[in-house]
Ligand binder design. Structure first.
Ligand SMILES: *[C@@H]1O[C@H](CO)[C@@H](O)[C@H](O)[C@H]1NC(C)=O
Length: 295
Protein backbone atom coordinates (compact mmCIF):
# COMPACT_ATOMS: atom_id res chain seq x y z
CA UNK A 1 0.00 0.00 0.00
CA UNK A 2 1.13 3.51 -0.59
CA UNK A 3 1.45 4.62 2.96
CA UNK A 4 0.52 8.21 2.65
CA UNK A 5 -0.31 10.00 -0.53
CA UNK A 6 -0.63 13.69 -1.02
CA UNK A 7 -2.37 15.41 -3.82
CA UNK A 8 -1.62 18.96 -4.66
CA UNK A 9 -3.08 20.94 -7.48
CA UNK A 10 -1.62 24.27 -8.35
CA UNK A 11 -3.41 26.45 -10.84
CA UNK A 12 -0.95 29.16 -11.49
CA UNK A 13 -2.07 32.74 -11.69
CA UNK A 14 -1.96 34.77 -14.87
CA UNK A 15 0.52 37.29 -13.57
CA UNK A 16 3.06 37.63 -10.85
CA UNK A 17 0.91 40.37 -9.34
CA UNK A 18 -1.85 38.01 -8.34
CA UNK A 19 -1.81 37.08 -4.72
CA UNK A 20 -1.39 33.52 -3.55
CA UNK A 21 -4.76 32.02 -2.87
CA UNK A 22 -5.47 28.69 -1.31
CA UNK A 23 -8.81 27.38 -2.55
CA UNK A 24 -8.76 24.12 -0.69
CA UNK A 25 -6.61 22.61 2.00
CA UNK A 26 -7.22 19.47 4.01
CA UNK A 27 -4.74 17.90 6.39
CA UNK A 28 -7.14 15.92 8.60
CA UNK A 29 -5.74 17.45 11.75
CA UNK A 30 -8.89 18.27 13.68
CA UNK A 31 -10.15 14.90 14.86
CA UNK A 32 -13.47 13.85 13.37
CA UNK A 33 -14.32 17.26 11.96
CA UNK A 34 -13.32 16.15 8.47
CA UNK A 35 -16.61 14.23 8.35
CA UNK A 36 -18.48 17.50 8.08
CA UNK A 37 -16.36 18.52 5.10
CA UNK A 38 -16.33 15.27 3.15
CA UNK A 39 -19.37 13.61 1.69
CA UNK A 40 -19.44 9.88 1.08
CA UNK A 41 -21.16 8.91 -2.11
CA UNK A 42 -24.43 6.99 -1.81
CA UNK A 43 -24.53 6.27 -5.50
CA UNK A 44 -23.98 2.57 -4.82
CA UNK A 45 -24.44 0.47 -1.71
CA UNK A 46 -21.20 -1.54 -1.67
CA UNK A 47 -18.65 1.20 -1.25
CA UNK A 48 -15.83 0.80 1.22
CA UNK A 49 -15.60 3.11 4.22
CA UNK A 50 -13.36 6.10 4.58
CA UNK A 51 -11.75 6.13 8.01
CA UNK A 52 -9.21 8.36 9.67
CA UNK A 53 -6.07 6.45 10.53
CA UNK A 54 -2.44 7.21 11.24
CA UNK A 55 -1.69 4.27 9.04
CA UNK A 56 -0.17 0.94 9.80
CA UNK A 57 1.00 0.96 6.21
CA UNK A 58 -0.18 -2.63 5.80
CA UNK A 59 -3.37 -4.44 6.64
CA UNK A 60 -1.34 -7.60 6.74
CA UNK A 61 2.41 -7.15 6.75
CA UNK A 62 3.01 -10.09 4.43
CA UNK A 63 -0.03 -10.23 2.20
CA UNK A 64 -0.46 -6.58 1.47
CA UNK A 65 3.02 -5.74 0.36
CA UNK A 66 3.53 -3.32 -2.45
CA UNK A 67 1.49 -0.41 -3.64
CA UNK A 68 -1.98 -0.78 -5.07
CA UNK A 69 -1.19 -0.53 -8.73
CA UNK A 70 -3.57 -1.37 -11.50
CA UNK A 71 -1.78 -3.86 -13.72
CA UNK A 72 1.92 -4.53 -13.21
CA UNK A 73 2.70 -3.51 -16.79
CA UNK A 74 0.97 -0.16 -16.54
CA UNK A 75 2.15 1.63 -13.40
CA UNK A 76 0.89 4.82 -14.85
CA UNK A 77 -0.12 8.12 -13.33
CA UNK A 78 -3.44 8.90 -14.97
CA UNK A 79 -3.71 12.61 -15.56
CA UNK A 80 -7.26 13.08 -16.79
CA UNK A 81 -9.03 16.32 -17.64
CA UNK A 82 -12.68 16.75 -18.34
CA UNK A 83 -13.03 18.85 -21.47
CA UNK A 84 -16.50 19.76 -22.73
CA UNK A 85 -18.08 16.87 -20.87
CA UNK A 86 -15.61 14.21 -21.95
CA UNK A 87 -12.72 12.72 -20.01
CA UNK A 88 -9.33 12.79 -21.70
CA UNK A 89 -6.33 10.81 -20.50
CA UNK A 90 -2.82 12.12 -21.01
CA UNK A 91 -1.18 10.42 -23.98
CA UNK A 92 2.27 10.39 -22.41
CA UNK A 93 3.49 7.69 -20.08
CA UNK A 94 3.93 9.10 -16.59
CA UNK A 95 5.40 6.33 -14.48
CA UNK A 96 4.25 6.15 -10.89
CA UNK A 97 6.38 5.17 -7.95
CA UNK A 98 5.92 1.52 -7.02
CA UNK A 99 7.79 1.33 -3.77
CA UNK A 100 6.11 1.34 -0.37
CA UNK A 101 6.88 4.89 0.61
CA UNK A 102 4.88 8.04 0.86
CA UNK A 103 4.61 10.10 -2.30
CA UNK A 104 3.60 13.60 -3.15
CA UNK A 105 1.72 14.24 -6.39
CA UNK A 106 1.40 17.72 -7.88
CA UNK A 107 -0.33 18.91 -11.02
CA UNK A 108 0.32 22.44 -12.22
CA UNK A 109 -1.91 23.94 -14.92
CA UNK A 110 -0.94 27.31 -16.39
CA UNK A 111 -3.06 29.87 -18.24
CA UNK A 112 -0.78 29.56 -21.27
CA UNK A 113 -2.10 25.99 -21.61
CA UNK A 114 1.07 24.37 -20.37
CA UNK A 115 1.21 21.89 -17.50
CA UNK A 116 3.64 20.13 -15.24
CA UNK A 117 3.34 16.90 -13.28
CA UNK A 118 5.55 16.59 -10.24
CA UNK A 119 6.12 13.58 -8.03
CA UNK A 120 7.81 14.23 -4.71
CA UNK A 121 8.31 17.87 -5.70
CA UNK A 122 10.32 16.91 -8.78
CA UNK A 123 9.15 17.46 -12.33
CA UNK A 124 8.40 14.16 -14.08
CA UNK A 125 6.44 15.47 -17.06
CA UNK A 126 5.52 18.77 -18.64
CA UNK A 127 4.36 20.21 -21.91
CA UNK A 128 1.39 21.61 -23.69
CA UNK A 129 -2.21 20.62 -22.93
CA UNK A 130 -3.17 20.56 -26.58
CA UNK A 131 -0.22 18.35 -27.56
CA UNK A 132 -0.43 15.83 -24.75
CA UNK A 133 -4.18 15.22 -24.62
CA UNK A 134 -6.66 14.69 -27.44
CA UNK A 135 -8.93 17.55 -26.43
CA UNK A 136 -9.04 18.92 -29.95
CA UNK A 137 -9.11 17.08 -33.27
CA UNK A 138 -5.79 17.13 -35.17
CA UNK A 139 -4.81 20.43 -36.80
CA UNK A 140 -3.92 18.78 -40.09
CA UNK A 141 -5.44 15.82 -41.87
CA UNK A 142 -4.52 13.91 -44.99
CA UNK A 143 -6.09 15.60 -48.00
CA UNK A 144 -8.98 13.29 -48.97
CA UNK A 145 -8.82 14.69 -52.51
CA UNK A 146 -5.17 13.79 -52.99
CA UNK A 147 -4.34 10.44 -54.55
CA UNK A 148 -1.06 8.87 -55.50
CA UNK A 149 -0.77 9.37 -59.30
CA UNK A 150 -1.11 6.12 -61.23
CA UNK A 151 2.28 6.57 -62.83
CA UNK A 152 4.09 7.36 -59.59
CA UNK A 153 7.04 5.01 -59.52
CA UNK A 154 7.99 4.30 -55.91
CA UNK A 155 10.24 1.33 -56.61
CA UNK A 156 13.68 2.31 -55.37
CA UNK A 157 15.38 -0.66 -57.07
CA UNK A 158 14.43 -2.52 -60.21
CA UNK A 159 15.83 -5.61 -61.96
CA UNK A 160 18.56 -4.57 -64.41
CA UNK A 161 16.96 -4.88 -67.89
CA UNK A 162 20.46 -5.29 -69.40
CA UNK A 163 21.38 -8.20 -67.22
CA UNK A 164 21.08 -11.44 -69.19
CA UNK A 165 20.94 -14.99 -68.03
CA UNK A 166 24.27 -16.65 -68.93
CA UNK A 167 23.90 -19.26 -71.66
CA UNK A 168 25.25 -22.02 -69.47
CA UNK A 169 23.09 -21.11 -66.43
CA UNK A 170 20.36 -23.72 -66.75
CA UNK A 171 21.40 -27.05 -65.36
CA UNK A 172 19.07 -29.76 -64.09
CA UNK A 173 18.66 -29.86 -60.35
CA UNK A 174 19.08 -33.64 -60.20
CA UNK A 175 21.17 -35.87 -62.44
CA UNK A 176 21.70 -39.61 -62.72
CA UNK A 177 24.51 -40.59 -60.36
CA UNK A 178 27.62 -40.72 -62.59
CA UNK A 179 29.32 -43.10 -60.14
CA UNK A 180 26.49 -45.60 -60.03
CA UNK A 181 27.08 -48.87 -61.80
CA UNK A 182 24.61 -51.38 -63.02
CA UNK A 183 24.85 -54.32 -60.61
CA UNK A 184 26.46 -57.42 -62.07
CA UNK A 185 23.45 -59.56 -61.32
CA UNK A 186 21.01 -57.13 -62.95
CA UNK A 187 18.73 -59.04 -65.26
CA UNK A 188 17.25 -56.69 -67.88
CA UNK A 189 14.53 -59.15 -68.71
CA UNK A 190 13.50 -59.77 -65.13
CA UNK A 191 14.28 -56.37 -63.59
CA UNK A 192 13.54 -54.03 -66.50
CA UNK A 193 15.91 -51.50 -67.94
CA UNK A 194 18.50 -50.37 -65.36
CA UNK A 195 18.51 -46.70 -64.48
CA UNK A 196 21.08 -45.10 -62.22
CA UNK A 197 19.70 -43.39 -59.09
CA UNK A 198 19.33 -39.59 -59.21
CA UNK A 199 21.62 -37.31 -57.17
CA UNK A 200 21.78 -33.57 -56.64
CA UNK A 201 23.64 -31.84 -59.44
CA UNK A 202 26.66 -29.93 -58.02
CA UNK A 203 26.49 -27.55 -61.02
CA UNK A 204 22.87 -26.59 -60.41
CA UNK A 205 22.71 -22.80 -59.76
CA UNK A 206 19.07 -22.37 -58.91
CA UNK A 207 16.64 -19.95 -60.48
CA UNK A 208 18.34 -17.07 -62.30
CA UNK A 209 17.46 -13.54 -61.16
CA UNK A 210 18.78 -10.36 -62.77
CA UNK A 211 20.78 -8.09 -60.47
CA UNK A 212 19.05 -5.06 -58.95
CA UNK A 213 19.90 -1.52 -59.98
CA UNK A 214 18.66 1.88 -58.84
CA UNK A 215 15.45 2.75 -60.61
CA UNK A 216 16.11 5.81 -62.85
CA UNK A 217 12.36 6.59 -62.78
CA UNK A 218 12.16 6.45 -58.95
CA UNK A 219 10.27 9.48 -57.66
CA UNK A 220 10.72 8.88 -53.97
CA UNK A 221 8.06 7.71 -51.52
CA UNK A 222 4.75 9.37 -52.17
CA UNK A 223 3.77 11.55 -49.23
CA UNK A 224 0.09 12.14 -48.75
CA UNK A 225 -0.36 15.94 -48.73
CA UNK A 226 -2.05 17.39 -45.65
CA UNK A 227 -4.64 20.10 -45.38
CA UNK A 228 -6.00 22.11 -42.47
CA UNK A 229 -8.58 20.02 -40.68
CA UNK A 230 -11.97 21.72 -41.15
CA UNK A 231 -13.07 20.16 -37.82
CA UNK A 232 -10.31 21.91 -35.91
CA UNK A 233 -10.93 25.06 -33.94
CA UNK A 234 -8.20 26.40 -31.71
CA UNK A 235 -9.03 26.88 -28.03
CA UNK A 236 -6.78 29.14 -26.01
CA UNK A 237 -8.67 28.33 -22.81
CA UNK A 238 -8.30 24.57 -22.52
CA UNK A 239 -6.76 25.10 -19.09
CA UNK A 240 -9.76 27.02 -17.78
CA UNK A 241 -12.28 25.64 -15.32
CA UNK A 242 -15.09 27.65 -13.85
CA UNK A 243 -14.91 25.85 -10.52
CA UNK A 244 -12.04 23.85 -9.09
CA UNK A 245 -12.46 24.38 -5.35
CA UNK A 246 -13.53 20.79 -4.66
CA UNK A 247 -11.70 17.49 -4.51
CA UNK A 248 -13.40 14.17 -5.01
CA UNK A 249 -11.87 10.75 -4.47
CA UNK A 250 -13.03 8.00 -6.76
CA UNK A 251 -11.07 4.93 -5.74
CA UNK A 252 -11.09 1.42 -7.02
CA UNK A 253 -8.66 -0.54 -4.94
CA UNK A 254 -7.34 -4.05 -5.46
CA UNK A 255 -5.96 -4.03 -1.92
CA UNK A 256 -7.59 -1.89 0.70
CA UNK A 257 -5.71 0.45 2.97
CA UNK A 258 -4.39 3.22 0.77
CA UNK A 259 -4.05 6.39 2.78
CA UNK A 260 -4.45 9.90 1.46
CA UNK A 261 -3.55 13.04 3.31
CA UNK A 262 -2.82 16.70 2.77
CA UNK A 263 -4.85 17.99 -0.12
CA UNK A 264 -4.23 21.45 -1.47
CA UNK A 265 -5.58 23.55 -4.31
CA UNK A 266 -3.83 26.87 -4.82
CA UNK A 267 -2.98 29.34 -7.55
CA UNK A 268 0.65 29.44 -6.48
CA UNK A 269 2.96 26.53 -7.42
CA UNK A 270 5.48 27.83 -4.91
CA UNK A 271 2.98 27.58 -2.05
CA UNK A 272 2.20 24.04 -3.23
CA UNK A 273 5.85 23.11 -3.09
CA UNK A 274 6.25 24.70 0.31
CA UNK A 275 3.21 22.93 1.76
CA UNK A 276 4.53 19.72 0.23
CA UNK A 277 7.85 20.27 1.97
CA UNK A 278 6.11 21.03 5.25
CA UNK A 279 3.89 17.94 5.18
CA UNK A 280 5.18 15.12 2.99
CA UNK A 281 8.74 16.43 3.24
CA UNK A 282 8.67 16.00 7.01
CA UNK A 283 6.82 12.71 7.34
CA UNK A 284 8.40 10.83 4.43
CA UNK A 285 11.40 10.05 6.60
CA UNK A 286 9.18 8.16 9.02
CA UNK A 287 7.85 5.80 6.42
CA UNK A 288 11.29 4.38 5.89
CA UNK A 289 11.26 3.02 9.40
CA UNK A 290 7.61 1.98 9.07
CA UNK A 291 6.27 0.59 12.32
CA UNK A 292 9.16 1.54 14.55
CA UNK A 293 8.81 5.30 14.59
CA UNK A 294 5.79 7.39 15.20
CA UNK A 295 6.10 10.85 13.74
C1 LIG B 1 11.35 22.33 -0.85
O1 LIG B 1 12.40 21.51 -0.42
C2 LIG B 1 13.45 21.37 -1.38
C3 LIG B 1 14.43 20.34 -0.83
O2 LIG B 1 14.80 20.67 0.47
C4 LIG B 1 14.08 22.74 -1.63
O3 LIG B 1 15.11 22.63 -2.58
C5 LIG B 1 13.02 23.70 -2.13
O4 LIG B 1 13.53 24.99 -2.28
C6 LIG B 1 11.84 23.72 -1.16
N1 LIG B 1 10.80 24.53 -1.76
C7 LIG B 1 10.19 25.56 -1.15
C8 LIG B 1 9.17 26.30 -1.95
O5 LIG B 1 10.41 25.88 0.01
Amino acid sequence: MTALSLLLLAVSAASALAESTVYFREQFEDGGAWKSRWVESKHKSDYGKFVLTAGKFYGDAEKDKGPDICGPGTKKVHVIFNYKGKNHLINKDVRCKDDEYTHLYTLIVNPDNTYEVKIDNKKVESGNLEDDWDFLPPKKIKDPEAKKPEDWDDREKIPDPDDKKPEDWDKPENIPDPDAKKPDDWDDEMDGEWEPPMVTNPDYKGEWKPREISNPAYKGKWIHPEIDNPEYTADSEIYKYDSIGVIGLDLWQVKSGTIFDNFLITNDPNVAEEVGNDTWGKTKVCTFTRFQTSC
